[in-house]
Design a binder for this molecule. Structure first.
Ligand SMILES: Nc1ncnc2c1ncn2[C@@H]1O[C@H](COP(=O)(O)OP(=O)(O)OP(=O)(O)O)[C@@H](O)[C@H]1O
Length: 226
């Protein structure tokens, strides 16, 4: 699903690479928990896996596709077709309703639209599972941070992408909502054989995953804030 070889990435102006990863793999349908100290490069790695940034050297293959071989618009299309993602800042569109935000991936990707069959019905189902069905037509900017986090999960899951990438997706949720969030995540993943790569500082989440990896263990650069 994900294959990294000899990856090197430096932020512009940085004296040394943030990431230097000789090898990393995520298998089909594998659920991986990624952790590491603040500043160790977890979000940077996710931005490379989602094709938002490109490494200066090395290779990232997602579903066999080398991301560096795609154009910018090609990477956007690839991401829309195959990846569901929940970013730390959610990246919801504030002027759209909850329902329309969840439906967005089906507008950007014909593949995701075809996989859902009936996008609106699936959006409603996901929002109901996340206890957001009474907020369907509300603007997302009027929601609490925890509610926005759950909208971002529903948006990531619609249309059954092959890989779900999530950066601290439960940080704003209370224990009960975190339980519902994780339950839905794994239920959808099981149903569609979705691989999950989830970054979190919450060690309690690790037990739900097949494998737990510390970023400093795979990154040969020592970058974290001490
Ligand atoms: N847009 C950017 N431009 C320049 N440097 C950046 C940028 N984003 C992150 N960095 C730097 O890259 C390093 C890794 O940051 P990153 O956000 O990937 O860490 P992280 O492990 O996700 O941290 P946290 O757990 O606090 O979210 C840090 O030194 C940070 O300052």
């Amino acid at each position: 699903m994900i294959q990294i070889e000899n990856l090197q990435f430096s932020w512009p102006g940085s004296a040394r690479p943030t990431l230097s990863i000789p090898e990393f793999k995520l298998a089909k349908a594998e659920h991986l928990f990624l952790h590491g100290p603040s500043g160790s490069g977890k979000s940077t790695l996710l931005s490379l896996l989602t094709g938002i940034h490109l490494p200066q050297s090395g290779r990232i293959k997602i579903l066999g596709q080398d991301l560096s071989r795609l154009s910018g618009p090609g990477r956007d299309r690839f991401r829309a077709d195959h990846l569901g993602y929940v970013f730390q800042q959610f990246n919801l569109l504030p002027y759209l309703s909850v329902l329309d935000n969840v439906l967005l991936p089906c507008q950007f990707s014909k593949l995701r639209r075809q996989r859902t069959g009936e996008p609106k019905a699936q959006a409603l189902h996901l929002l109901e599972r996340l206890d957001l069905h009474t907020h369907l037509h509300q603007s997302v900017s009027a929601l609490s941070v925890g509610q926005q986090q759950r909208v971002a999960l529903a948006r990531a899951l619609i249309g059954a992408p092959e890989i779900l990438i999530a950066d601290e997706p439960t940080s704003a949720l209370d224990a009960e909502r975190r339980g519902a969030f994780i339950e839905l995540l794994f239920e959808c993943a099981k149903e569609h054989q979705t691989a999950i790569l989830l970054v979190s500082h919450d060690p309690q989440l690790a037990m739900h995953f097949d494998r737990s990896v510390s970023l400093p263990a795979i990154n040969t650069m020592e970058t974290h804030d001490v």
